[in-house]
Design a binder for this molecule. Structure first.
Ligand code: PEP
Length: 253
C-alpha cells in the first residue's frame, strides 16, 4: 500500500503574512488527514519561516528547484545542502515552468535529480506533455524520454528515492484537469515502463497527478489505482482547498 502524498507548489507567491495565515490554516487541519503525507514547497526565502511554523507537525516541506552544482560561483543558485540545512525533505525537479520558461532540458533535470538524491533529498520529478504533443499522439513518447533521461544517469533503482509527478502541461494553471481516465492511462504507462526494468521499484513508487487539481475533482482522481496523490499549484494557496485535496487522498486508502 502506497501512502498518498499531497504536495503544494506555491510557485512565486506569498509574503510573510500570507505564509503565516496559510500555514495556520493547514496546521489546523492536519490531524484530520493523517493517512495522507502533506508537504509544501514555498519560494526559497520563506523556507526558514515554514520550517519554524511546521517543525513538530506531521507536515514536510521542500524546495521548488535546486542547483545541479554543489557550491561555489553560481550566482543566484541554491544548493541541495542549503535545502537540507533548513529541514527540507523534498525538492521539485523538472517542473514544466522550469523546462519551458528557463530552458531546463532532460539532461539538466537528470543532473538535478542526481544531486538531490545524493544529498538525501527526495526529488519530485515532474514529467508531462504539452497540448500539441498530446494532439500529435506523442504523449507516451515524451514521458518515456523524460523518464529515461533520469534512469540513464541514475539507474532505475534511484527512482525509489523520489516521487514522480505526472503534470500534463495543458492542465497546469488552466482550470482544465485531465479526466481521471486520461490521468490513470498515463500513470499506468509510467508504472509499466518502470516495472519493465524493476517491478519492486514500480510497485513502491508514488506517482502524483498535477494540473488544476481541486477538492471537487480530487476524489475521482485519487480513486484511480495508479494515482498516489497530487502536486498542487493554485489550490495549495488556499488552506481549505489544499486540505480538501488532502482529505480526498486520506479517504482514498
Ligand atoms: C503545478 O504547477 O505543479 C500545478 C499543478 O499547478 P495547478 O494546480 O495550479 O494547475
Amino acid at each position: 500500500m502506497r501512502q498518498p502524498l499531497v504536495a503544494g507548489n506555491w510557485k512565486m507567491n506569498g509574503s510573510t503574512a500570507s505564509v503565516r495565515e496559510l500555514l495556520a490554516g493547514v496546521n489546523a487541519g492536519l490531524a484530520g488527514v493523517a493517512k495522507c503525507e502533506v508537504a509544501v514547497c514555498p519560494p526559497y526565502l520563506y523556507i526558514p519561516q515554514v520550517q519554524a511554523e511546521l517543525s513538530g507537525t506531521a507536515a514536510a516541506w521542500g524546495g521548488q528547484n535546486l542547483s545541479n552544482q554543489l557550491s561555489g560561483a553560481f550566482t543566484g543558485e541554491i544548493a541541495a545542502s542549503m535545502l537540507l540545512d533548513f529541514g527540507c525533505t523534498y525538492v521539485i525537479v523538472g517542473h514544466s515552468e522550469r523546462r519551458t520558461l528557463y530552458g531546463e532540458d532532460d539532461a539538466l533535470v537528470a543532473a538535478k535529480f542526481a544531486v538531490a538524491r545524493a544529498a538525501g533529498l527526495k526529488p519530485i520529478l515532474c514529467v508531462g506533455e504539452t497540448l500539441s504533443e498530446r494532439e500529435q499522439g506523442v504523449t507516451e513518447a515524451v514521458i518515456a524520454r523524460q523518464l529515461d533521461a533520469v534512469i540513464a544517469v541514475e539507474g532505475v533503482a534511484a527512482l525509489a528515492a523520489g516521487v514522480i509527478a505526472y503534470e500534463p502541461v495543458w492542465a497546469i494553471g488552466t482550470g482544465k484537469t485531465a479526466t481521471p481516465e486520461q490521468a490513470q492511462e498515463v500513470h499506468a504507462f509510467i508504472r509499466g515502463r518502470i516495472a519493465a526494468l524493476d517491478v519492486g521499484v514500480a510497485e513502491g513508487l508514488r506517482i502524483l497527478y498535477g494540473g488544476s487539481m481541486k477538492p471537487d475533482n480530487a476524489v475521482q482522481l485519487m480513486a484511480k489505482p495508479d494515482i498516489d496523490g497530487g502536486l498542487i499549484g493554485g489550490a495549495a494557496l488556499v488552506a481549505k482547498d489544499f486540505l480538501g485535496i488532502c482529505q480526498a487522498a486520506h479517504a482514498s486508502l
